[in-house]
Design a protein around this ligand. Structure first.
Ligand SMILES: Nc1nc2c(c(=O)[nH]1)N[C@H]1C(S)=C(S)[C@@H](COP(=O)(O)O)O[C@H]1N2
Ligand SMILES: [Mo]
Length: 432
């Protein structure tokens, strides 16, 4: 199936999700009006799991020995402050530490976002269960079974739907729920894995399947908030939607989903479920509280469809970032200013850069490679004069999507895409 059809699919799937929600609500004896109220108040997800909501799932985790850092032991790998901005359960890549020479983001510097502590999974006992009404041959696969299947390696960005969250707060002048990312909740890697479709075909996937829903092992199976996200059959069968076990030529690191994670190219990373242990394939539309809480676009530019108060986010927006700290301090004189731009829907066609707050604009030089749905590195020449400066970059992708001056409001600060003014101070060169 072609990408264009997949893009149309997200509209179709939305309608299905609405239908499912509405049916669930009716089964529980909830009126349509009450359902809309509940969804609007953010409590609607209670309806999604038929099981009663568990009180404080997070309190089930042992307190850290230190007691003061609630995220001590949350991750396996070190996240040193020179490479990461600390947001507690999220660790953001520092753009000021990005090396212009490296196209790929090294695993040790790739952002991490966990809703629960990283589960320590023994690959010898790991199992992936594939079942549900949409398969004729339910399967249970070991990690070795998966490694023996045909594999594919793709270069692609993986980005949090809330990347740029802090710029929503700046634009609208009030706090938004979620993590205050700048632009570092993204990275580009080579992901190696088995096409999800290979596994679905082996399970005898039926063409009448409506949703494929991977579920993470990082919360209890009966926790209605366990990480899960329904994917329409067309996207699940896309040749590059993967069950990933390799990242940049290394085994998938524990914090990124070892031994197996889902990777859905171009889509908000909430759909790329880490530590996947179960995939439900269903002829009935599926919905997950996790997906509705973390990737629902609610706002005037996202008209409610059916019973939902908005739309589920799928493809990532267009963004640009300078390879600079925020705020940045530079020396005076001639120099090269560098950055990167990316889009969830294709290749970047053009990047316009202004180094004087928007008065003059130049086209940036684009460097190879320029991989669709990954990013392109770019450069502009500059003669920095002492004082305060504002750098801006505006990218346009090959579909013609360009970065606006202001992002469209939505309650969860998803899919930021506007041009921002990067503050830069040029120091007086001493002694000259
Ligand atoms: N099982 C599971 N999958 C998950 C998450 C999670 O907490 N648990 N977080 C999601 C979110 S919101 C993001 S942004 C990405 C982060 O992936 P990374 O930590 O490998 O960069 O994983 C997604 N998949
Ligand atoms: Mo995310």
């Amino acid at each position: 199936m072609h990408e264009a059809e997949l893009i149309a699919e997200h509209v179709y799937r939305q309608a299905r999700a609405d239908e499912w929600l509405w049916r669930q609500a009716r089964a529980l004896g909830v009126s349509r009006r009450r359902l809309l109220q509940l969804l609007g108040s953010g409590a609607g997800a209670v309806l999604i799991g038929a099981a009663p909501r568990r009180a404080a799932a997070r309190s089930a985790w042992p307190a850290s020995p230190e007691g003061d850092d609630p995220f001590a032991g949350w991750f396996v790998q070190p996240t040193p402050p020179e490479y990461f901005i600390d947001h507690g359960r999220g660790k953001e890549m520092r753009w000021g530490a990005v090396s212009h020479r490296e196209y790929l983001t090294p695993n040790a510097r790739f952002y991490i976002n966990n809703h629960y502590p990283t589960p320590r999974i023994d690959p010898a006992t790991y199992r992936l269960r594939v079942d549900g009404s949409g398969v004729s041959r339910p399967l249970e696969l070991t990690a070795d079974d998966l490694l023996a299947l045909p594999s594919l390696t793709i270069t692609c960005a993986q980005e949090c739907g809330q990347n740029g969250h802090v710029f929503f707060e700046q634009q609208f002048g009030h706090p938004f729920p979620g993590t205050g990312w700048q632009f570092g909740a993204t990275g580009v890697a080579e992901f190696t894995g088995v096409p999800l479709g290979e596994v679905l075909e082996r399970a005898g996937v039926k063409r009448s399947t409506r949703d494929v829903m991977p579920i993470g092992l990082d919360a209890r199976e009966d926790d209605p908030e366990r990480p899960a996200r329904p994917i329409p059959l067309a996207k699940a069968l896309a040749e590059d939607t993967l069950l990933v076990y390799g990242m940049n030529g290394e085994p998938l690191p524990p914090d990124h989903g070892f031994p197996i994670r889902v990777f859905v190219p171009g889509w908000v990373a909430t759909s790329s479920i880490k530590w996947v242990g179960h995939i439900v394939v269903s002829e009935e539309p599926l919905a997950a509280q996790f997906a509705l809480e973390h990737s629902l676009l609610i706002g005037p530019d996202y008209p409610p469809e059916g019973g939902l108060p908005g739309q589920l986010a799928t493809y990532q927006s267009v963004k640009s970032a300078f390879e600079l700290a925020w705020p940045a301090t530079l020396g005076a004189g001639p120099q090269t200013i560098t950055g990167r731009s990316w889009s969830g829907l294709g290749r970047i066609a053009r990047v316009e850069v202004s180094l004087d707050g928007g008065q003059t604009v130049q086209l940036a030089r684009l460097l190879e490679p320029n991989v669709p749905r990954a990013w392109v590195r770019w450069e502009v020449d500059w003669d920095g004069q002492p004082g305060e400066h504002r750098f801006k970059a505006r990218a346009t992708d090959e579909l013609g999507r360009t970065q606006p001056d202001a992002a469209a409001y939505n309650e969860h600060a998803l899919l930021y895409d506007a041009v921002v003014a990067h503050p830069v101070t040029v120091l007086h060169s001493g002694g000259k």
